[in-house]
Design a protein around this ligand. Structure first.
Ligand SMILES: Cc1ncc(COP(=O)(O)O)c(C=O)c1O
Length: 366
């Protein structure tokens, strides 16, 4: 797919007026990237054109066997007006991991990254600048062959859309409450938990509805076999602070998404003086630790929320506060450091950010 991207003329929104309450994925920019796959031609016709509906035959395989993947990363408005991408190469790599797991064709990672960069460059006006906001980038691949047979589709569509977003939780860095699901499980080792495929999310909705009805915002998932060890929470990986100095996060088992935020914090936190340990963490250890004070903080990590402190947990009929229910010092420090890098407020010694100059973008927009 190393062909040059065809850029179609697009009628642009004249004055982008974003509402105070942006939400998450309600407003989309003027353009989208798309390309098709067939076995004969491979990936072809890479195009950036107008954001528009996709029309598919009702018998298209994606509607029946759900062979579909996606990913999510963000473009951040820097203080100098330019735009930062953050470790997007990890997202295109994970996209291919998801594709392989779901029996779908992989993409050339450099070309996928270039497509994202070009789209963001053309749509640079859509990167919001209010604190905590960003332009969320959503690459998707769907199977498009018309067949009800349960096998790999022969045809696919890859597309990328952009949406200006607020932090995932409306209250920003305010603590969230989590409900530990002890009847439903999200995934098992060898299943699709490590892939970013809609079935994982569809399967989590009934449990999330129960959590919401009971007054909790997110579901915390236990492992699918013993229902004892903590996997992850909602659309986030999770970490626990032990004795105010050690950060513990569950080991990647194949059932958990390999989060970019998680991976970044595993590098960043030791440089800030924290001890970081990846190991299995049982729900009993956490609930007992919260009761005796040895677990001082719990927080989720993900692109949408960055870091979401957990203020309250519910497990097996018990409601347990995390500390005093307020964001703790470790989560607050990590949030400041990581968002400082992402938004370009502090130097990036890791080479995680790449900058799109808006002056270049202005010149290249058509
Ligand atoms: C199930 C799940 N776990 C974890 C994460 C966090 O991953 P990342 O930090 O790459 O956004 C996400 C979000 O993409 C997710 O959907």
């Amino acid at each position: 797919m190393n062909q040059s991207i065809r850029i179609e003329p697009v009628v642009e929104t004249q004055h982008i007026e974003l509402p105070e309450d942006l939400g998450f994925g309600r407003i989309f920019s003027d353009r989208m990237f798309s390309q098709k796959y067939t076995p004969e031609r491979g990936w072809h016709e890479p195009t950036i054109g107008a954001y528009r509906p996709i029309t598919l035959d009702p018998a298209t395989t994606v509607y029946h066997n759900g062979q579909m993947i996606f990913d999510g990363t963000k473009a951040y408005r820097r203080p100098d007006g330019n735009i930062n991408l953050f470790r997007t190469e990890r997202n295109v790599e994970r996209f291919n991991l998801s594709a392989a797991r779901m029996g779908m064709p992989v993409l050339d990672e450099a070309a996928h990254l270039a497509a994202i960069e070009r789209l963001v460059e053309l749509e640079h006006r859509w990167v919001p600048d209010r604190p905590g906001t960003a332009l969320y980038i959503r690459p998707v691949m769907i199977s498009t062959e018309k067949t009800l047979e349960v096998r790999a589709s022969r045809e696919y569509l890859h597309y990328i859309i952009l949406t200006p977003v607020a932090p995932y939780f409306a209250a920003g860095f305010a603590p969230v409450s989590v409900y530990v699901s002890d009847d439903f499980v999200r995934s098992v080792r060898g299943g699709t938990g490590e892939a970013k495929t809609p079935g994982n999310y569809a399967g989590s909705i009934a449990a999330t509805e129960i959590a919401l009805q009971k007054g909790y915002q997110q579901v915390l998932w236990l492992d699918g076999v013993e229902r004892k060890y903590i996997d992850e929470v909602g659309a986030m990986n999770i970490a626990f602070v032990l004795n105010d100095e050690q950060i513990v996060t569950p080991t990647l088992t194949g059932a958990i998404l390999q989060g970019v935020t998680r991976q970044s914090l595993l590098t960043l936190a030791p440089d800030l003086g924290y001890r970081v340990v990846e190991r299995r963490v049982s729900i009993d250890e956490v609930i007992n630790g919260l009761a005796d004070g040895s677990v001082s903080e719990v927080f989720g990590m993900g692109t949408g929320a960055v870091i979401a402190p957990v203020g309250r947990m519910h497990f097996a009929g018990r409601d347990v506060m995390v500390g005093d229910g307020q964001p703790g010092p470790v989560a607050s420090r990590l949030y400041d450091e990581l968002t400082g890098l992402q938004y370009g407020r502090r130097p990036d010694p890791y080479g995680w950010t790449s900058t799109i100059e808006t002056t270049t973008a202005l010149n290249s927009a058509i």
